[in-house]
Design a protein around this ligand. Structure first.
Ligand code: F0G
Length: 959
């Protein structure tokens, strides 16, 4: 299993990402513009390559001439390892490159090449050389000045007393306390100042959007924060300027100009001279940014860079690693902008697509000879690579530049075709740009797509990758987005690409544009689930939502932004959330959810306005995790809570970054975080919503009893899943009213022991309400008071942690086991109760018609539900309710596609609690960790104040 080996021994997480994008593919062969892989059926699939090895495969894969030449070279025993000798092939290549530069730049200066093995190395060499040269030049300036200063020290005036006020010295050079000094003292202070200047940290200038590699130094020259930021503490001091803000160029020099000080004695006075120098060591740029999104800039900007370098006396480093060597239709892309650099970096196509070789090409007038002593690399200058590069260079210019002309023609055809597509899809395609066979197609931002999968792809900057996955799986085309802007599809095919292949690409891109326009995410999902989706139906369905957002009322006063961190209740809901995926089978939906595991964050949904009866309102936004209950439960089963907690935490911080001050967790997101407690996130009030969930469940039961003609106080109540905090608090509150309680556990290891703890907790709650004097209406408390020895126990153990245990023992002794509370794992025990509360954490329903007593009142507050939904149709005698659902006062609620099992104007109680916290201005956590009976009563009161009522009761069964 090579996939597993690659994952387990080479790139652990990356393989998951490839799977999530539909790019999991192992190519077996490559030739010309084509790559070949075997599909799961074992058939060989031919893919047309529009990525071209990020530009390196300009000459096509395994070009037969180069392959023959390389074989012949190796067979003729050319030395590969002959370091520290005269490298003839390197010499030939160096001369050929210099000639090529002369032709391209129409000059006669000699160019000196330093060879290396990769693009980043070529840039590192440029950086090293620039600093080497700068240091040398600064040292010389320092020495010259120092010579002058030393002669002053040696002069007869050395001990002349000078008035400090007469000296024009910058502040800080001399101690502020001195009024008069000797000339010698001044000289010493000035030398110290100059010495400090010699050690000023060099500054490198690069452009916003740049990519110069990922080594320790080059990564700091690469704009993408994700690559650079983790390593900011070492490496270069880089300042990025924005080519769209050319004034930044003007402002740059002042910030980095420093001064040497020198002194001149005219026989009477001492004059202070300030001699400026720049700390800018080099300016680096790509003529056409590749990885940054195929960006080129205004000609004046390029000239501005040249001017800056002339003025600062620092080299302009032109990184042509990607754009050069013919890729843009000329030997150097920069020559199309009339740009003259001092250093050039070449790699990628230089090796003919076969060899790993790079060159840093420096004008001889800017080259420091000694650099060739101090820089070297084991593999650099090897004969085979240099011979192939030499042939590649010759090929580029052969037949009167035929290959370059061909690149220009094909590039123009590709661009014109893309522009036509843009005319047809101006709503989808934002821009087409580039030169030669270095072309970018930029898509509009899809954050507001009605397809949540498309919008989420945009949110996660993965849109281009998903499109690449679809194109690979269903159109046999290979493209990639640019790394720093996934909305730009990068097209860098080999020069041997045919016009027919370009047409094929355009036709496929037209289908992509069409599906993006229609809000159809099926092709994207299909790319990920390709092995379970043999064919993709051609369809024209329009999934765009045209209805206006409902309750946007400009007049309400929004008092808080509230987030809710949810997940998909089940995989099937995916088809509601994104209707374009409704056609996926349940299995495919699950596959989609499982494979997208590396990026769980879906685009935030909302906000919607939720109003209080009192007039104020909150903005309520969902921050979904794209996983179903099974996937969430799996984290609990596997014990891998850290990773899911991290995911939930990231969503909370996403919400905080968007200005939310309250986040509600619900369903499994609260379970896995131990009811919020596992999250350590500053400045966010969290709630599991458990208090209101319980409050609303109680209300449902009370109303249900009235409807069924049952007196609650005469009933036995069963609580299913009673070991959990929600259910145990529920049971505790019920114990104050009902006649008997049955606590039913999961049957998992230790569940009876956990239930016994719940029972003890209930006894302790009852006892504490006696101690607090609030036991008047607490039925269990009243009955405990009649027990012989109870008051004594209360007296002796009232403040102790094991009070409940002692009461349980006393009850057992006096009345036998199960007097007030029965503990069991047996689901059949439910039949002994007329009131049933279902609150078990289970990914699937497990209770049905056979489990319930006649005319019972069943309240299912579990999410996902515990009871099979066909119960009402099978058992007309029972009253089945979803207790955890709240009606908002003005029918405000979630958009239809994200309501899950809710109806218009409804919220789950766990959501509603976070809304109530927002409405009442709370900045403390709500239901956090275990909750108490008191919290339940408080939040019930809060709900009543704001006009939030029990919802679902009226919508189920009769009434
Ligand atoms: N400079 C430029 C302009 C590049 O595009 C790249 C690589 C490098 C330097 C570094 O070369 O990978 O050989 O060390 N660009 C690739 C890309 C990786 O995604 O465009 P390397």
């Amino acid at each position: 299993m090579t996939v597993m080996d690659y994952r387990d021994f080479v790139r652990p997480k990356f393989v998951g990402l490839l799977q999530a994008l539909g790019l999991e593919c192992e190519f077996e062969r490559a030739l010309g513009s084509q790559l070949f892989y075997r599909n799961p059926k074992g058939d060989m699939v031919t893919v047309t390559d529009f990525l071209g090895g990020y530009g390196a495969a300009l000459f096509g894969h395994n070009d037969p001439q180069f392959v023959d030449q390389l074989c012949a070279l190796l067979r003729s025993d050319v030395p590969f390892n002959a370091q520290m000798s005269i490298r003839g092939a390197a010499g030939q290549l160096g001369r050929a490159l210099s000639d090529a530069f002369n032709r391209e730049l129409k000059n006669t200066e000699r160019y000196i090449s330093t060879f290396s093995n990769s693009g980043a190395e070529a840039v590192e060499i440029a950086v090293k050389h620039a600093e080497f040269r700068r240091q040398k030049s600064l040292q010389k300036q320092f020495d010259d000045i120092d010579f002058t200063l030393a002669s002053l020290t040696a002069s007869e005036h050395a001990y002349r007393e000078l008035d400090v006020a007469d000296l024009d010295l910058p502040a800080g050079v001399l101690p502020a306390t001195l009024n008069s000094v000797t000339l010698r003292q001044v000289v010493e202070a000035v030398r110290q100042h100059n010495l400090a200047q010699l050690h000023i940290e060099p500054v490198f200038v690069a452009l916003r959007g740049s990519f110069h590699g990922k080594l320790v130094n080059t990564v700091q020259l690469t704009y993408g924060r994700q690559y650079r930021a983790p390593f900011a503490r070492f490496g270069l001091n880089v300042e990025f300027i924005d080519p769209q803000q050319p004034h930044q160029l003007q402002e740059l020099p002042a910030r980095h100009t420093h001064h040497w000080l020198s002194l001149q004695w005219d026989g009477e006075h001492l004059h202070v001279l300030q001699l400026p120098f720049s700390a800018i060591t080099a300016v680096l740029m790509e003529p056409i940014q590749g990885e940054g999104g195929i960006n080129e800039f205004a000609a004046e900007f390029y000239l501005g860079l040249r001017k800056l370098c002339n003025e600062q006396q620092c080299p302009l480093v032109v990184d042509e690693v990607q754009s050069g060597f013919g890729r843009a239709g000329t030997f150097l892309a920069s020559s199309q902008f009339n740009l003259q650099g001092d250093y050039y970096c070449l790699s990628k196509a230089l090796g003919g697509g076969l060899m790993k070789i790079a060159a840093t090409v420096i004008r001889s007038s800017h080259y420091e000879g000694e650099f060739s002593y101090i820089h070297s690399s084991t593999f650099a200058e090897d004969d085979p690579s240099c011979h192939i590069a030499l042939s590649a260079l010759r090929r580029l210019f052969a037949d009167d530049d035929a290959m370059l002309k061909d690149i220009r023609t094909k590039g123009a055809y590709l661009k014109a075709s893309l522009n036509e597509l843009k005319m047809a899809y101006p709503d989808v395609i934002a821009d087409v740009r580039g030169r030669g066979l270095l072309v970018g197609l930029e898509l509009h931002d899809l954050s507001v797509s009605s397809s949540l999968v498309q919008a989420s792809a945009q949110y996660n900057d993965a849109l281009g990758y998903l499109i690449a996955g679809y194109l690979l799986q269903f159109e046999a085309l290979r493209v990639a987005p640019s790394g720093s802007n996934s909305n730009v599809i990068r097209l860098e095919p080999p020069a041997c690409i045919t016009l027919g292949e370009i047409d094929k690409l355009i036709a496929a891109l037209q289908r992509v544009c069409d599906m993006l326009r229609r809000g159809d995410a099926l092709p994207l999902a299909a790319g990920i689930c390709a092995d379970s989706m043999p064919a993709l139906p051609a369809r024209q369905d329009d999934f765009r939502v045209t209805e206006p957002v409902e309750n946007r009322d400009a007049k309400v006063e929004v008092v808080a932004r509230v987030a809710f961190i949810n997940h998909l209740i089940d995989a099937d809901i995916l088809g509601d959330v994104d209707p374009s995926l409704a056609a996926l089978s349940p299995e495919q939906k699950r596959t989609f959810i499982n494979r997208t595991k590396p990026e769980r964050r879906a685009v935030p949904v909302g906000p919607v306005i939720i109003r209080s009866r009192l007039g104020m309102a909150v903005e309520f936004t969902l921050y979904p995790l794209c996983m179903d209950s099974d996937a969430m439960a799996e984290y609990i089963r596997s014990g891998d809570l850290d990773s899911i907690r991290e995911e939930v935490g990231r969503r909370v911080t996403d919400a905080r970054a968007d200005g939310c001050s309250i986040a509600g967790l619900g369903m499994y997101t609260s379970i896995v975080t131990n009811n919020c407690q596992a999250l350590k996130i500053a400045d966010m009030a969290l709630t599991s919503g458990n208090a209101l969930t319980i409050g609303m469940g109680l209300e449902a039961i009370e109303q249900g009893c009235v409807q069924q003609g049952l007196a609650l106080c005469e009933q036995t109540a069963a609580v299913v899943g009673a070991a959990g905090n929600v259910a145990s608090t529920y049971a505790s509150v019920l114990s104050a009213t009902v006649d008997h309680l049955i606590l039913i556990g999961s049957g998992r290891d230790g569940s009876v022991r956990r239930l016994e703890k719940t029972a003890q907790q209930i006894y302790a709650d009852a006892a504490r309400s006696i101690l607090k004097g609030t036991a008047e209406h607490d039925r269990l408390a009243q009955r405990l008071l009649t027990l012989d020895g109870f008051r004594g126990l209360l007296h002796s153990h009232g403040q102790k942690a094991d009070l409940g245990l002692h009461i349980a023992r006393l009850v057992d002794e006096r009345l036998g086991a199960n007097a007030f509370i029965t503990v069991t794992n047996d689901l059949d025990a439910i039949k002994g109760a007329r009131i049933v509360l279902c609150a078990a954490n289970a990914p699937q329903p497990f209770l049905g018609a056979e489990h319930f007593a006649e005319r019972s009142v069943i309240c299912d507050i579990a999410v996902p539900l515990n009871v099979h939904q066909d119960l009402p149709s099978q058992r007309e005698d029972v009253l089945y309710m979803h207790g955890g659902i709240v009606q908002t006062p003005f029918d405000d609620g979630l958009a239809p596609n994200v309501r899950a099992y809710l109806k218009k104007g409804q919220l789950y109680a766990c959501m509603a609690e976070s809304v109530l916290m927002g409405l009442s201005g709370m900045s403390q956590h709500g239901s956090y960790g275990d909750i108490s009976r008191e919290q339940v009563q408080q939040v019930r009161a809060l709900a009543a104040t704001h006009g939030f009522t029990l919802a679902q009761f009226k919508t189920q069964n009769s009434l």
